[in-house]
Design a protein around this ligand. Structure first.
Ligand SMILES: Nc1ncnc2c1ncn2[C@@H]1O[C@H](COP(=O)(O)OP(=O)(O)OP(=O)(O)O)[C@@H](O)[C@H]1O
Ligand SMILES: O=P(O)(O)OC[C@H]1O[C@H](OP(=O)(O)OP(=O)(O)O)[C@H](O)[C@@H]1O
Length: 209
C-alpha cells in the first residue's frame, strides 16, 4: 500500500486530478470531501487529506510515502524529504510587497517590520540577500491587511494575479521565488517501495503533456 498526502484547499482539485488522469486511481477523491482517509483497494493507494502546511510533516515521518505541496511550504520548512517533480500546478510567486509608491522610502527605513505567513523565508531573504535584521510578525492569512492598518511596513506573501495587492493599495517591491506544487517523497520509501517509481513515472508523463 502506498500512502499519498494530498493538500486540502486550493490545490486539492488539481492534485487529485493528476492521479485520476494518470490512471493511478479511479476514485473521485475530491467528491468525498469530509473523509480524511480515502482508500483505493484496486490500485493499492491510500490518500490522506491534510492541511497544505502539514504535508511535508506526514512525508518526513513516513506516515505518507509521498505528498503534493507548494514550493513555498518546502522553502519555509526545509523538511528532510526528496523533491522529485515540479507538477506545474498552483503557479504563483513569493514577493516582498508594500504600499503603492512607498518602495524607496520603506526599503531605506532603518528598522523595518514585515508581516508574513513565511517567517523563515523572510528572515533568510533579509539576512542573506539584503544583509539586514528585520522584525517579523507571523500572520496566518489576509496578510495584506497588515501594512494598511499599520501592523507592519511591508509583507512577504504569495502573489498570483496581483489582484489582492492591487485592490488593497499595495504593489510588488521584489519578486523572491517562483512557486508551483511539487511531488515530495519520503527518503526510506523511495529506496524500499518499488511502486513509488511507477507512480512517479505516471505523474511525470502526465506533467510532460
Ligand atoms: N493565489 C494563489 N494562486 C495560486 N497558488 C496559490 C495561491 N495561494 C497559494 N497558492 C499555492 O497553493 C498552496 C495551498 O494554498 P491554500 O490557500 O490552499 O492553503 P494555505 O495557504 O496553506 O492556507 P489555509 O489552509 O490556511 O487556507 C500554497 O502553499 C501555494 O503553494
Ligand atoms: O495575487 P492574487 O491572485 O490576488 O492571489 C494572492 C492571494 O492568494 C493567497 O491568499 P488566500 O486566498 O489563500 O487567502 P489567505 O490570505 O487567507 O491565505 C495569497 O496569500 C494572497 O493573498
Amino acid at each position: 500500500m502506498i500512502t499519498v498526502a494530498l493538500p486540502k484547499g486550493r490545490l486539492a482539485q488539481e492534485a487529485a486530478r493528476l492521479f485520476i488522469n494518470s490512471s493511478l486511481t479511479t476514485i473521485d477523491i475530491i467528491q468525498e470531501t469530509r473523509k480524511l482517509i480515502i482508500e483505493d483497494e484496486s490500485s493499492n493507494i491510500r490518500f490522506l487529506m491534510v492541511k497544505p502546511f502539514d504535508v511535508p510533516t506526514y512525508v518526513e515521518y513516513g506516515i505518507a510515502d509521498m505528498g503534493i505541496v507548494g514550493k513555498d511550504v518546502l522553502l519555509e520548512q526545509g523538511k528532510k524529504v526528496y523533491e522529485l517533480l515540479d507538477l506545474g500546478i498552483g503557479k504563483c510567486f513569493i514577493a516582498l510587497a508594500g504600499p503603492k509608491g512607498m518602495k524607496e522610502e520603506l526599503l531605506n527605513k532603518s528598522e523595518k517590520t514585515i508581516a508574513t505567513k513565511f517567517p523563515n523565508i523572510t528572515k533568510e531573504y533579509f539576512e542573506n540577500v539584503l544583509g539586514e535584521d528585520v522584525q517579523i510578525i507571523k500572520l496566518n492569512g489576509s496578510v495584506e491587511l497588515a501594512p494598511i492598518l499599520g501592523l507592519s511596513d511591508m509583507i512577504v506573501d504569495i502573489v498570483e494575479s496581483g489582484r489582492t495587492l492591487r485592490e488593497n493599495g499595495l504593489e510588488v517591491y521584489e519578486k523572491l521565488y517562483d512557486v508551483s506544487a511539487r511531488l515530495i517523497i519520503n527518503r526510506a520509501s523511495l529506496k524500499l517501495k518499488n511502486k513509488i517509481e511507477v507512480i512517479v513515472n505516471h505523474l511525470e508523463r502526465m506533467v510532460m503533456q
